[in-house]
Design a protein around this ligand. Structure first.
Ligand SMILES: Nc1nc2c(ncn2[C@@H]2O[C@H](COP(=O)(O)OP(=O)(O)OP(=O)(O)O)[C@@H](O)[C@H]2O)c(=O)[nH]1
Ligand SMILES: [Mg+2]
Length: 298
Protein backbone atom coordinates (compact mmCIF):
# COMPACT_ATOMS: atom_id res chain seq x y z
CA UNK A 1 0.00 0.00 0.00
CA UNK A 2 1.53 3.34 -0.97
CA UNK A 3 1.25 6.46 1.14
CA UNK A 4 -1.79 7.95 -0.58
CA UNK A 5 -3.64 4.64 -0.27
CA UNK A 6 -2.72 4.50 3.41
CA UNK A 7 -3.99 7.98 4.15
CA UNK A 8 -7.18 7.25 2.24
CA UNK A 9 -7.83 4.07 4.18
CA UNK A 10 -6.99 5.87 7.43
CA UNK A 11 -9.77 8.41 6.91
CA UNK A 12 -12.16 5.81 5.56
CA UNK A 13 -11.64 3.57 8.59
CA UNK A 14 -12.26 6.18 11.30
CA UNK A 15 -15.88 6.83 12.14
CA UNK A 16 -15.20 9.50 14.81
CA UNK A 17 -12.57 12.09 15.64
CA UNK A 18 -11.05 10.79 18.86
CA UNK A 19 -7.82 11.93 20.50
CA UNK A 20 -6.09 8.88 19.05
CA UNK A 21 -7.25 9.97 15.64
CA UNK A 22 -5.00 13.03 15.69
CA UNK A 23 -2.03 11.17 17.18
CA UNK A 24 -2.32 8.41 14.61
CA UNK A 25 -2.67 10.98 11.87
CA UNK A 26 0.59 12.66 12.96
CA UNK A 27 2.35 9.27 12.83
CA UNK A 28 1.01 8.71 9.36
CA UNK A 29 2.18 12.14 8.15
CA UNK A 30 5.66 11.25 9.37
CA UNK A 31 5.47 8.13 7.23
CA UNK A 32 4.79 10.46 4.35
CA UNK A 33 8.17 12.16 5.06
CA UNK A 34 6.80 15.16 6.89
CA UNK A 35 9.12 16.11 9.77
CA UNK A 36 8.03 14.89 13.24
CA UNK A 37 7.84 18.44 14.66
CA UNK A 38 5.71 19.63 11.73
CA UNK A 39 3.55 16.49 11.82
CA UNK A 40 2.71 16.83 15.52
CA UNK A 41 2.06 20.53 15.10
CA UNK A 42 -0.31 19.86 12.20
CA UNK A 43 -2.03 17.16 14.29
CA UNK A 44 -2.57 19.57 17.17
CA UNK A 45 -3.64 22.47 15.00
CA UNK A 46 -6.12 20.23 13.23
CA UNK A 47 -7.49 19.04 16.57
CA UNK A 48 -8.00 22.68 17.65
CA UNK A 49 -9.56 23.66 14.34
CA UNK A 50 -11.98 20.74 14.46
CA UNK A 51 -13.02 21.67 17.98
CA UNK A 52 -13.47 25.37 17.17
CA UNK A 53 -15.15 24.83 13.84
CA UNK A 54 -17.31 21.98 15.14
CA UNK A 55 -15.93 19.53 12.63
CA UNK A 56 -16.96 16.01 13.64
CA UNK A 57 -16.75 13.98 10.44
CA UNK A 58 -13.35 12.58 9.37
CA UNK A 59 -14.00 13.56 5.76
CA UNK A 60 -14.37 17.22 6.78
CA UNK A 61 -11.26 16.92 8.93
CA UNK A 62 -9.41 15.70 5.87
CA UNK A 63 -10.45 18.78 3.87
CA UNK A 64 -9.30 20.96 6.77
CA UNK A 65 -5.99 19.06 6.85
CA UNK A 66 -5.41 19.82 3.17
CA UNK A 67 -5.92 23.53 3.89
CA UNK A 68 -3.41 23.44 6.78
CA UNK A 69 -0.89 21.63 4.60
CA UNK A 70 -1.33 24.12 1.79
CA UNK A 71 -0.77 26.97 4.24
CA UNK A 72 2.58 25.40 5.13
CA UNK A 73 3.60 25.55 1.49
CA UNK A 74 2.69 29.21 1.31
CA UNK A 75 5.14 30.02 4.13
CA UNK A 76 7.78 29.82 1.41
CA UNK A 77 5.70 31.77 -1.05
CA UNK A 78 4.18 28.68 -2.62
CA UNK A 79 5.51 27.66 -5.97
CA UNK A 80 7.91 29.99 -7.66
CA UNK A 81 7.44 29.84 -11.35
CA UNK A 82 10.61 30.68 -13.15
CA UNK A 83 8.73 30.81 -16.43
CA UNK A 84 6.74 33.76 -15.21
CA UNK A 85 9.78 35.34 -13.65
CA UNK A 86 11.97 35.27 -16.71
CA UNK A 87 11.53 38.54 -18.53
CA UNK A 88 12.09 38.82 -22.27
CA UNK A 89 15.81 38.63 -22.60
CA UNK A 90 17.96 40.40 -25.07
CA UNK A 91 20.95 38.50 -26.41
CA UNK A 92 23.17 40.81 -24.36
CA UNK A 93 21.67 39.42 -21.20
CA UNK A 94 20.92 35.73 -21.53
CA UNK A 95 19.02 33.99 -18.78
CA UNK A 96 20.80 31.35 -16.74
CA UNK A 97 19.39 28.37 -14.87
CA UNK A 98 21.80 26.51 -12.62
CA UNK A 99 20.87 23.02 -11.48
CA UNK A 100 22.37 21.85 -8.20
CA UNK A 101 22.09 18.69 -6.14
CA UNK A 102 23.88 15.62 -4.91
CA UNK A 103 24.68 12.74 -7.23
CA UNK A 104 21.92 10.75 -8.82
CA UNK A 105 19.01 13.03 -7.94
CA UNK A 106 18.21 13.78 -11.57
CA UNK A 107 20.04 17.03 -12.42
CA UNK A 108 21.07 16.05 -15.95
CA UNK A 109 17.65 14.63 -16.81
CA UNK A 110 15.99 17.75 -15.41
CA UNK A 111 18.33 20.02 -17.39
CA UNK A 112 17.15 18.31 -20.57
CA UNK A 113 13.49 18.46 -19.50
CA UNK A 114 13.74 22.19 -18.80
CA UNK A 115 15.46 22.79 -22.13
CA UNK A 116 12.69 20.93 -23.96
CA UNK A 117 10.00 22.80 -22.03
CA UNK A 118 11.46 26.26 -22.63
CA UNK A 119 12.07 25.61 -26.28
CA UNK A 120 8.77 23.93 -27.10
CA UNK A 121 6.41 25.92 -24.90
CA UNK A 122 8.10 29.29 -24.61
CA UNK A 123 10.02 29.70 -27.84
CA UNK A 124 13.36 29.96 -26.13
CA UNK A 125 16.71 28.96 -27.57
CA UNK A 126 18.40 26.97 -24.77
CA UNK A 127 22.06 26.08 -24.56
CA UNK A 128 23.07 23.20 -22.30
CA UNK A 129 26.28 23.76 -20.33
CA UNK A 130 28.13 20.64 -19.19
CA UNK A 131 29.56 21.96 -15.94
CA UNK A 132 29.79 18.47 -14.43
CA UNK A 133 33.37 17.94 -15.53
CA UNK A 134 34.05 15.46 -12.76
CA UNK A 135 32.96 12.45 -14.81
CA UNK A 136 33.45 11.94 -18.56
CA UNK A 137 30.16 10.05 -18.70
CA UNK A 138 28.35 13.11 -17.37
CA UNK A 139 29.51 15.18 -20.34
CA UNK A 140 28.50 12.42 -22.79
CA UNK A 141 25.11 12.08 -21.12
CA UNK A 142 24.37 15.78 -21.63
CA UNK A 143 25.67 15.65 -25.22
CA UNK A 144 23.31 12.78 -25.92
CA UNK A 145 20.38 14.87 -24.70
CA UNK A 146 21.66 17.71 -26.88
CA UNK A 147 21.60 15.40 -29.92
CA UNK A 148 18.15 14.06 -29.15
CA UNK A 149 16.72 17.54 -28.63
CA UNK A 150 18.85 19.14 -31.33
CA UNK A 151 20.29 21.69 -28.91
CA UNK A 152 23.70 23.25 -28.55
CA UNK A 153 25.83 21.80 -25.76
CA UNK A 154 28.84 23.69 -24.46
CA UNK A 155 31.36 21.24 -22.97
CA UNK A 156 35.03 21.06 -22.11
CA UNK A 157 37.16 18.03 -21.32
CA UNK A 158 36.75 15.92 -18.22
CA UNK A 159 38.60 17.47 -15.30
CA UNK A 160 38.25 20.98 -16.73
CA UNK A 161 37.11 24.01 -14.76
CA UNK A 162 33.30 23.97 -14.59
CA UNK A 163 33.17 27.74 -14.12
CA UNK A 164 35.01 28.11 -17.44
CA UNK A 165 32.35 25.98 -19.15
CA UNK A 166 29.67 28.30 -17.82
CA UNK A 167 31.69 31.34 -18.92
CA UNK A 168 31.92 29.93 -22.46
CA UNK A 169 28.22 29.10 -22.54
CA UNK A 170 27.36 32.68 -21.63
CA UNK A 171 29.75 33.97 -24.33
CA UNK A 172 28.11 31.65 -26.81
CA UNK A 173 24.70 33.04 -25.93
CA UNK A 174 26.01 36.59 -26.22
CA UNK A 175 27.24 35.68 -29.71
CA UNK A 176 23.64 34.90 -30.63
CA UNK A 177 23.68 31.13 -30.27
CA UNK A 178 20.98 31.04 -27.62
CA UNK A 179 19.12 33.01 -24.99
CA UNK A 180 18.83 30.62 -22.07
CA UNK A 181 21.70 28.70 -20.53
CA UNK A 182 20.86 25.62 -18.53
CA UNK A 183 23.81 24.51 -16.44
CA UNK A 184 24.23 20.90 -15.33
CA UNK A 185 26.60 20.65 -12.37
CA UNK A 186 28.40 17.81 -10.61
CA UNK A 187 26.76 16.11 -7.68
CA UNK A 188 29.88 14.42 -6.50
CA UNK A 189 33.44 15.55 -5.83
CA UNK A 190 36.39 14.25 -3.86
CA UNK A 191 34.92 15.86 -0.76
CA UNK A 192 31.78 17.78 0.14
CA UNK A 193 33.87 20.91 0.78
CA UNK A 194 35.35 20.67 -2.71
CA UNK A 195 31.86 20.38 -4.19
CA UNK A 196 30.58 23.37 -2.26
CA UNK A 197 33.63 25.42 -3.27
CA UNK A 198 33.15 24.48 -6.92
CA UNK A 199 29.49 25.47 -6.84
CA UNK A 200 30.29 28.76 -5.15
CA UNK A 201 32.82 29.50 -7.87
CA UNK A 202 30.31 28.78 -10.64
CA UNK A 203 27.83 30.98 -8.80
CA UNK A 204 30.33 33.86 -8.65
CA UNK A 205 31.13 33.53 -12.35
CA UNK A 206 27.46 33.66 -13.32
CA UNK A 207 26.80 36.61 -11.01
CA UNK A 208 29.72 38.51 -12.51
CA UNK A 209 29.33 37.48 -16.12
CA UNK A 210 25.56 37.50 -16.52
CA UNK A 211 25.05 40.88 -14.91
CA UNK A 212 21.52 42.11 -15.29
CA UNK A 213 20.40 38.78 -16.68
CA UNK A 214 17.83 36.62 -15.01
CA UNK A 215 19.66 34.00 -12.98
CA UNK A 216 17.83 31.20 -11.18
CA UNK A 217 19.31 28.44 -9.05
CA UNK A 218 17.30 25.30 -8.65
CA UNK A 219 18.09 22.61 -6.13
CA UNK A 220 17.20 19.17 -7.48
CA UNK A 221 16.01 16.74 -4.79
CA UNK A 222 15.01 13.10 -5.13
CA UNK A 223 11.67 12.34 -3.47
CA UNK A 224 12.68 8.73 -2.82
CA UNK A 225 15.40 9.87 -0.41
CA UNK A 226 12.73 11.02 2.03
CA UNK A 227 13.87 13.21 4.89
CA UNK A 228 17.44 13.06 3.66
CA UNK A 229 16.45 15.62 1.04
CA UNK A 230 16.02 18.19 3.82
CA UNK A 231 19.55 17.56 5.08
CA UNK A 232 20.90 18.01 1.56
CA UNK A 233 18.87 21.17 1.10
CA UNK A 234 20.33 22.66 4.29
CA UNK A 235 23.84 22.29 2.91
CA UNK A 236 23.00 23.80 -0.49
CA UNK A 237 20.91 26.62 0.99
CA UNK A 238 23.84 27.65 3.12
CA UNK A 239 26.35 27.42 0.29
CA UNK A 240 24.57 28.98 -2.67
CA UNK A 241 20.99 29.96 -1.67
CA UNK A 242 18.89 28.30 -4.37
CA UNK A 243 15.59 30.02 -5.24
CA UNK A 244 13.51 26.87 -5.40
CA UNK A 245 13.57 23.09 -5.40
CA UNK A 246 12.74 20.70 -8.20
CA UNK A 247 11.58 17.41 -6.74
CA UNK A 248 12.17 14.34 -8.92
CA UNK A 249 11.03 10.72 -8.90
CA UNK A 250 7.67 11.59 -7.46
CA UNK A 251 6.38 8.79 -9.71
CA UNK A 252 8.43 6.23 -7.77
CA UNK A 253 7.26 7.20 -4.30
CA UNK A 254 3.90 9.02 -4.42
CA UNK A 255 4.74 10.85 -1.21
CA UNK A 256 7.35 13.65 -0.83
CA UNK A 257 6.09 15.18 2.41
CA UNK A 258 9.59 16.61 2.72
CA UNK A 259 8.32 19.40 0.42
CA UNK A 260 6.36 20.77 3.40
CA UNK A 261 9.52 20.85 5.50
CA UNK A 262 11.50 22.54 2.75
CA UNK A 263 8.88 25.28 2.78
CA UNK A 264 8.39 25.65 6.51
CA UNK A 265 11.91 24.97 7.80
CA UNK A 266 14.07 26.38 5.00
CA UNK A 267 11.59 28.74 3.28
CA UNK A 268 12.47 26.93 0.07
CA UNK A 269 9.55 26.72 -2.35
CA UNK A 270 9.20 23.91 -4.86
CA UNK A 271 9.04 24.92 -8.53
CA UNK A 272 8.52 21.66 -10.37
CA UNK A 273 7.62 18.03 -9.71
CA UNK A 274 9.19 15.38 -11.96
CA UNK A 275 7.24 12.24 -12.58
CA UNK A 276 9.32 10.06 -14.87
CA UNK A 277 12.32 9.79 -17.15
CA UNK A 278 10.83 11.21 -20.34
CA UNK A 279 11.23 14.87 -21.37
CA UNK A 280 7.56 15.61 -20.78
CA UNK A 281 7.51 14.08 -17.30
CA UNK A 282 7.67 17.35 -15.42
CA UNK A 283 4.93 19.64 -14.17
CA UNK A 284 4.77 22.96 -12.47
CA UNK A 285 4.33 22.48 -8.75
CA UNK A 286 0.83 23.37 -7.64
CA UNK A 287 0.61 23.82 -3.82
CA UNK A 288 -3.16 23.36 -3.73
CA UNK A 289 -3.11 20.19 -5.79
CA UNK A 290 -0.11 18.76 -3.95
CA UNK A 291 -1.57 19.38 -0.47
CA UNK A 292 -4.85 17.74 -1.48
CA UNK A 293 -3.07 14.79 -3.06
CA UNK A 294 -1.01 14.34 0.11
CA UNK A 295 -4.20 14.33 2.18
CA UNK A 296 -5.61 11.64 -0.12
CA UNK A 297 -8.20 13.85 -1.79
CA UNK A 298 -8.74 13.59 -5.52
N1 LIG B 1 11.43 7.59 -12.18
C1 LIG B 1 12.12 8.70 -12.36
N2 LIG B 1 13.42 8.63 -12.65
C2 LIG B 1 14.11 9.77 -12.83
C3 LIG B 1 13.49 11.05 -12.72
N3 LIG B 1 14.44 11.99 -12.93
C4 LIG B 1 15.58 11.32 -13.17
N4 LIG B 1 15.41 9.99 -13.13
C5 LIG B 1 16.40 8.92 -13.30
O1 LIG B 1 17.35 9.00 -12.25
C6 LIG B 1 18.62 8.59 -12.68
C7 LIG B 1 19.66 9.66 -12.37
O2 LIG B 1 19.35 10.81 -13.15
P1 LIG B 1 20.47 11.84 -13.62
O3 LIG B 1 19.76 12.91 -14.36
O4 LIG B 1 21.59 11.16 -14.29
O5 LIG B 1 20.94 12.36 -12.20
P2 LIG B 1 22.13 13.37 -11.85
O6 LIG B 1 21.69 14.18 -10.68
O7 LIG B 1 22.52 14.13 -13.05
O8 LIG B 1 23.28 12.35 -11.41
P3 LIG B 1 24.88 12.64 -11.30
O9 LIG B 1 25.30 13.29 -12.57
O10 LIG B 1 25.45 11.27 -11.10
O11 LIG B 1 25.07 13.50 -10.11
C8 LIG B 1 18.48 8.31 -14.16
O12 LIG B 1 18.30 6.92 -14.35
C9 LIG B 1 17.23 9.07 -14.57
O13 LIG B 1 16.58 8.52 -15.68
C10 LIG B 1 12.08 11.09 -12.38
O14 LIG B 1 11.45 12.14 -12.22
N5 LIG B 1 11.48 9.88 -12.22
MG1 LIG C 1 24.34 14.33 -14.00
Amino acid sequence: MNFVEKIKSFFAGKPVLSDEFFDELADLLIEGDLGPAEAFKIGETLRDCCKKEKITVPEDARLRLAVLLEEMLHIAGGSRDVLMQLPDQSVDAPAVILLLGVNGVGKTTTAAKLAALYRDSFGRKPILAAADTFRAAAIDQLKLHGEKLDLRVVAHKQGGDPAAVVYDAIESARAGKGDLIIVDTAGRMHTKTALVEELRKIDRVVEAKAQGAKYVKYLVLDATTGRNALVQAEVFCEAVSPEAAIVTKYDSTAKAGVIFSLASVLRLPTGYLCTGEKYGDMKKFDPHEFAREFAGIN
